[in-house]
Design a protein around this ligand. Structure first.
Ligand code: ADE
Length: 363
């Protein structure tokens, strides 16, 4: 059965059938009813490529996970037979919630990964081939996102997670960001309130907005409390577990060790915990550790990790809502949504104030 045959049965033109299918308002209600009845009776499903050719919407959203490592193996989105992409504790809650929300709103989801600059065409072609009505890019850095924006038309409905709006505001898009500044500021202040003055940091990937802002905010929080930043207590990570391990090892080699460290994501705290154990030190007795992201595993660490909660699921739900609204209104509704953060206090940070009080106060 095709649209021609439906048209013949009902006694209307093929274009009327297609206008009914696409909900055009200019069809008399009686004709619409007759066409819909025939469609149902004869089990006619307009095929997806025909719909695309006709420029119709196809109720599909894209998720593009970007992990471009042109000069090295992709490692952030670890991919081997054991560690599959969708187990990644940063991406998986986002992808999960995105698919869930999209399905609730009657959208299909197309998921694709981009591992090299050469694969950026995937995003472009998904839009131009009308495979998707809108999509989101996650994991990209600012430069790659600029290239993506340049490659696609301005009116395509595109969202980005963890991208700085001001650098791209000439090109319209939907930006979904975490309040990284407040999160890192609160985390650092929390360590200061616990009496720590020798505080270190394992940064995230500084090419990513979250990596950059968390580091800036940490420095601001220290200087806001007149606490000097010791260069030996800074180590650069890239959000991977291994980088957390090597960065913490480097910090522990410094002559005067910090009493507390902000590790800029929970995945890196796994490596940091290992480095601390190998140095024969205990958390939080010898060193306090605070993480960021509140990933699923953070509560099961030993000791359970104090961290900053970031709801990637909330970010995903916001993302789908704004994308869907833009699609439905046929107009890209460029905006930024910022998702709040909150410290989750567990057992990896120690209050050392008590030790600075006179002996009398200790007893
Ligand atoms: N936490 C915040 N941003 C991240 C990223 N890009 N990758 C992994 N963990 C993160």
């Amino acid at each position: 059965m095709n649209s021609n045959e439906i048209a013949k049965i009902v006694g209307v033109s093929r274009s009327t059938v297609s206008r009914v299918i696409n909900n055009y308002p200019d069809i008399p209600p009686a004709t619409r009813e007759k066409v819909l009845k025939a469609i149902k009776e004869y089990n006619y499903y307009p095929n997806a490529s025909a719909r695309r050719l006709a420029g119709m919407k196809n109720s599909t959203l894209g998720i593009f996970i970007v992990d471009i490592k042109d000069n090295e193996k992709p490692h952030h989105v670890i991919i081997n037979n054991e560690d599959l992409l969708y187990d990644n504790s940063y991406f998986s809650p986002f992808i999960n919630a995105f698919i869930d929300q999209a399905n609730k709103m009657h959208y299909y989801v197309l998921v694709s990964t981009v591992y090299s600059s050469e694969e950026l065409w995937k995003i472009q072609s998904a839009f131009y081939e009308k495979r998707i009505d809108g999509g989101v890019v996650i994991g990209s850095n600012e430069d790659d996102f600029s290239r993506i924006l340049k490659a696609i038309k301005k009116n395509f409905v595109l969202a980005a997670v963890d991208i700085n709006v001001t650098e791209h505001n000439k090109n319209k898009a939907i930006y979904i960001n975490i309040d990284n500044y407040t999160g890192a500021y609160d985390a650092t202040k929390y360590l200061i309130e616990l009496g720590h003055k020798n505080i270190g940091i394992v940064t995230g990937d500084l090419n990513k907005l979250s990596g950059k802002i968390r580091f800036e905010s940490f420095k601001d929080a220290l200087s806001g409390s007149c606490i000097p930043l010791n260069e030996d207590f800074i180590a650069y990570g890239d959000f991977t577990e291994y980088s957390g391990y090597t960065a913490m090892k480097k910090i522990l080699m410094s002559k005067y060790k910090p009493t507390a460290v902000l590790v800029c994501n929970d995945t890196m705290t796994i490596g940091a915990y290992k480095a601390i154990a190998e140095a024969g030190l205990s958390i939080p007795e010898d060193i306090s550790v605070i993480g960021f992201d509140n990933t699923q595993s953070s509560q099961h660490m030993s000791p359970p990790l104090t961290t900053v909660n970031v709801s990637l699921a909330e970010a995903a739900r916001n993302c789908v809502e704004v994308i869907a609204r833009s699609i439905e209104n046929d107009r890209l509704e460029a905006e930024e949504r910022i998702i709040g953060t909150k410290i989750i206090k567990r057992n990896s940070c120690r209050n050392i104030n008590i030790e600075t009080l006179p002996n009398v106060a200790k007893s």
